[in-house]
Design a protein around this ligand. Structure first.
Ligand SMILES: Nc1ncnc2c1ncn2[C@@H]1O[C@H](COP(=O)(O)OP(=O)(O)O)[C@@H](O)[C@H]1O
Ligand SMILES: [Mg+2]
Length: 247
């Protein structure tokens, strides 16, 4: 029986503008199991990015709860959330969010350094070689193509071996060969480190590589909400190791 590590209940995110309300998320119940690789699919504007942000504690819901391991995100202040994110989650954002004044190498190791962690040099070399950015390490984001910046963002997300990887169309700007290489590597990390992965993708071939496909429409889950019958509650020790990033 696999235990639940990401648990969302009654998640709503409403945006108000004058008389109008946009229901970006409109009642999401979702369980993701420890070590699971879940793909999120759905049309543009269906709420995928909003959901990913909520799961990673980047934004707070209008209603509902998110639990990661044994930690309830709703109860945390900004500082606690920032520490939690750095320790437990590797994000790959749609807009990359690279620091323009830092070079590629510095961008990649930044989250680990901010958290006072140590860099696994061999592992980082493996990542940048696979992502074919090993010759770009001294360059700045502004000198790179979109696809190259995307690969830097992926390297940054993986460098700290986070227990959870949340990725928003991580291969959206890559050619198909590079996409396949990146996906194979993400999948290997998922198996090698028991990384839990939630990935938004428009690419059906990539979605097929996941353990489960979650389909979102109009802020609601259409299919793939949970294997709740097989999902137990995570044990205290396991949750702690998972959330603190210990292996
Ligand atoms: N900060 C925001 N302010 C207002 N509306 C937003 C904001 N962020 C997202 N939305 C709206 O919420 C809906 C879902 O957006 P999003 O989660 O980005 O969709 P997706 O990632 O599936 O394309 C869209 O209608 C979008 O316009
Ligand atoms: Mg999006």
């Amino acid at each position: 029986m696999r235990s639940v590590v990401l648990k969302a209940r009654g998640l709503k995110k409403y945006y108000y503008s004058g008389e109008n309300v946009t229901k970006a998320l409109d009642g999401i119940d979702l369980d993701v199991c420890y070590g699971e690789f879940a793909a999120i699919v759905g049309t543009s504007g269906s709420g995928k990015s909003t959901l990913l942000h909520m799961l990673g504690g980047l934004d707070s819901p209008t209603e509902g709860t998110v639990r990661v391991g044994e930690k309830e995100l709703n109860g945390m202040n900004d500082e606690e959330l920032a520490v939690f994110r750095r320790r437990s989650i590797g994000f790959v954002f749609q807009q990359y969010n690279l620091v323009q004044t830092l070079n590629v190498r510095e961008n990649i190791i930044l989250p680990v350094l901010l958290d006072g962690g140590t860099i696994d040099e061999d592992y980082c070399r493996e990542i940048v070689t696979l992502l074919k950015i090993d010759e770009k390490l001294e360059q700045f984001p502004g000198q790179l193509s979109g696809g190259q910046q995307q690969r830097v963002a992926i390297a940054r997300a993986l460098a700290g071996k986070p227990s959870i990887v949340l990725a928003d169309e991580p291969t959206g700007n890559l050619d198909s060969k590079t996409s396949q290489d990146v996906m194979a590597f993400l999948k290997a990390g998922n198996q090698r480190f028991q990384q839990t992965m939630v990935m938004i993708t428009h690419n059906p071939e990539i979605a097929q590589m996941a353990d489960r496909i979650i389909r979102i429409e109009d802020g609601r889950i259409k299919t793939g909400a949970a294997g709740r019958e097989e999902a137990g509650t995570i044990s205290g020790k396991e949750a702690q190791a998972h959330v603190s990033g210990e292996k």
